[in-house]
Design a binder for this molecule. Structure first.
Ligand SMILES: C[S@@+](CC[C@H](N)C(=O)[O-])C[C@H]1O[C@@H](n2cnc3c(N)ncnc32)[C@H](O)[C@@H]1O
Length: 207
C-alpha cells in the first residue's frame, strides 16, 4: 500500500501523543494482564501497550504496516520488561505459520484495518487452538442517534484517522469470524465525545 506524507510523517506522531492519554491506562492494564505465552500484537503503533505486558509472557511479536511508526516504536522498546520482535506487516497477511501464538492482541487497531474480516481470520489462523484474542476497540454505539453521527463522521474521520472507522460493530464482527467471545465489556469512555468513545473490551477464544 502506498502511503502519503500525512500517513508516514504526521499520523505516527499523533498516535505517539494520543495513545498514551491517562484514560487508557487502566483499560490497557486490565486487558494485557491476561496475556500469556507467545504473544503477537497487531497495529503496534508506537508501542503504547509495551509497559503493560506481564513479565511472565514468553515472547512478544508485534506488527504494524506503517513504516513511520517503526522508529518511534523502537525508541520505546527499552521501556518494556519483554523484548519485542517488531516487523512491518498488515494484519490481513500475517507473516507467521498457523498456530504460532497463545495470545493475539489488538487495541484500537481493528477500526483502521481495511479488510476487517480477513484480519480476524488471519488472527484466528495464527493462534493455537484454545488461544485467545484480547481486544480493546472503539466502535459502533448501540444508541441510534450516536450511531447516525458515527456513520456521518466516518466519511471525514477516516482521512484524519488514517483509515479509522467509528462505526464498526466490533463484537459482532469478531464473533462472525469464528471467535467465541468469552468476556465483553461495552462502555462509553468518560471525557470522550460519544461518537468517538464507545468501547468494546474483551477476550475471544479459538475453541
Ligand atoms: C490508533 S493506532 C493504535 C496503536 C496501538 N495499537 C495503540 O493501542 O496505541 C492504529 C494502528 O493500527 C495500525 N494499522 C492500520 N492498518 C493496519 C493493518 N491493516 N494491519 C495492522 N495494523 C494496522 C496503524 O498503523 C496504527 O499503528
Amino acid at each position: 500500500m502506498k502511503r502519503g506524507w500525512y500517513s508516514r510523517r504526521v499520523f505516527p506522531r499523533l498516535v505517539n501523543w494520543s495513545m498514551v492519554q491517562p484514560g487508557f491506562i487502566p483499560l490497557r492494564q486490565s486487558l494485557l494482564s491476561q496475556a500469556s505465552g507467545a504473544v503477537m500484537e497487531i497495529g503496534f503503533g508506537t508501542g503504547a501497550n509495551l509497559t503493560f505486558y506481564p513479565s511472565h509472557i514468553h515472547s512478544l511479536t508485534a506488527i504494524d504496516p506503517n513504516p513511520g511508526m517503526i522508529p518511534l516504536a523502537r525508541s520505546h522498546l527499552v521501556e518494556g520488561v519483554v523484548s519485542v520482535d517488531l516487523a512491518l506487516a498488515s494484519a490481513e497477511w500475517l507473516p507467521f505459520p498457523s498456530a504460532s501464538f497463545d495470545t493475539v492482541v489488538s487495541t484500537m487497531t481493528l477500526c483502521s484495518v481495511p479488510q476487517l474480516s480477513k484480519a480476524l481470520q488471519e488472527l484466528f489462523r495464527v493462534v493455537k487452538p484454545g488461544g485467545r484474542l484480547l481486544f480493546l476497540e472503539h466502535g459502533q454505539s448501540p444508541d441510534r442517534s450516536v450511531c447516525r453521527w458515527q456513520d456521518g463522521l466516518t466519511a471525514v474521520w477516516k482521512y484524519l484517522g488514517d483509515g479509522c472507522h467509528l462505526n464498526r460493530p466490533m463484537a459482532q464482527v469478531i464473533q462472525e469470524q469464528g471467535w467465541n467471545v468469552a468476556t465483553l465489556d461495552k462502555f462509553y469512555l468518560p471525557g470522550v465525545p460519544k461518537p468517538f468513545g464507545y468501547f468494546y473490551q474483551g477476550m475471544a477464544v479459538k475453541n
